[in-house]
Write a protein that binds this ligand. Structure first.
Ligand SMILES: C[S@@+](CC[C@H](N)C(=O)[O-])C[C@H]1O[C@@H](n2cnc3c(N)ncnc32)[C@H](O)[C@@H]1O
Length: 193
């Protein structure tokens, strides 16, 4: 659906800005849950994939040494920059253009990766999982959360795909967030220490 994609999938123009405002409200609980599960510490560098309007990016920036947001949408990068302006000024948040399969990060440079509601948009999941395994430090962790209704792969296959890219301890769980929010599937995995 084109309008949906312009608002939420690959946000652009005024519709994308509006989509960003909607996502910032509707997905706030899901973002907060993923960041709580990730539990970034004050010494860690965290890659936040597809941060959209930057709600989860901000939460990570408040807890970690550095939060690096990577998103292909200029509209979302602008929204996230506004939302995290104080943390950017303090050097705790960075934003870059990129995508799951091309994060632009150095090998073994981040302690953890969190991705909320963008797995369904990865052009090539195998390439994306390899890229995330590449940029994680040994023992680094991955948290991927996605609304179940947009997930176009079984949880079993998702685990197998993560393992094929070098992740270990891969497992999934289902979360209910209450209200109108649909359930989410969460994938947790590590790269070997
Ligand atoms: C549905 S929004 C989710 C935004 C935010 N994480 C949330 O839950 O509200 C999807 C975001 O993923 C970004 N995106 C699109 N394709 C992507 C890709 N291949 N890799 C990473 N992010 C992507 C979009 O630009 C957008 O900001």
């Amino acid at each position: 659906m084109k309008a949906f994609d312009v608002a939420f999938g690959h946000p652009r123009g005024k519709v994308g800005e509006l989509g960003g405002r909607v996502m910032a409200k509707l997905n706030a609980k899901v973002e907060a849950h993923a960041v709580d599960v990730l539990a970034p510490t004050a010494a860690e560098t965290v890659l936040v994939l597809g941060p959209g309007p930057g709600v989860g990016l901000r939460l990570v920036g408040e807890r970690a040494a550095k939060a690096i947001g990577v998103d292909p949408s200029q509209v979302m990068l602008d929204e996230a920059r506004k939302r995290c302006a104080d943390l950017i000024a303090e050097g705790r948040v960075e934003l870059h253009e990129g995508a799951a399969a091309r994060t632009g990060r150095q090998p073994g440079s981040v302690d953890a990766v969190v991705s909320v509601n963008n797995l369904q948009l990865w052009d090539n999941r195998a390439a994306a999982f390899h890229e995330l395994a590449r940029v994680l430090k040994p023992g680094g962790r991955l948290v991927v959360t996605v609304h179940r209704l947009v997930l176009d792969v079984s949880e079993y296959d998702l685990i197998k795909e993560a393992e094929a890219a070098g992740f270990t301890d891969a497992r999934t769980s289902l979360q209910q967030h209450g209200g109108v929010l649909p359930p989410t599937v969460q994938l947790l995995a590590h790269v070997p220490a």
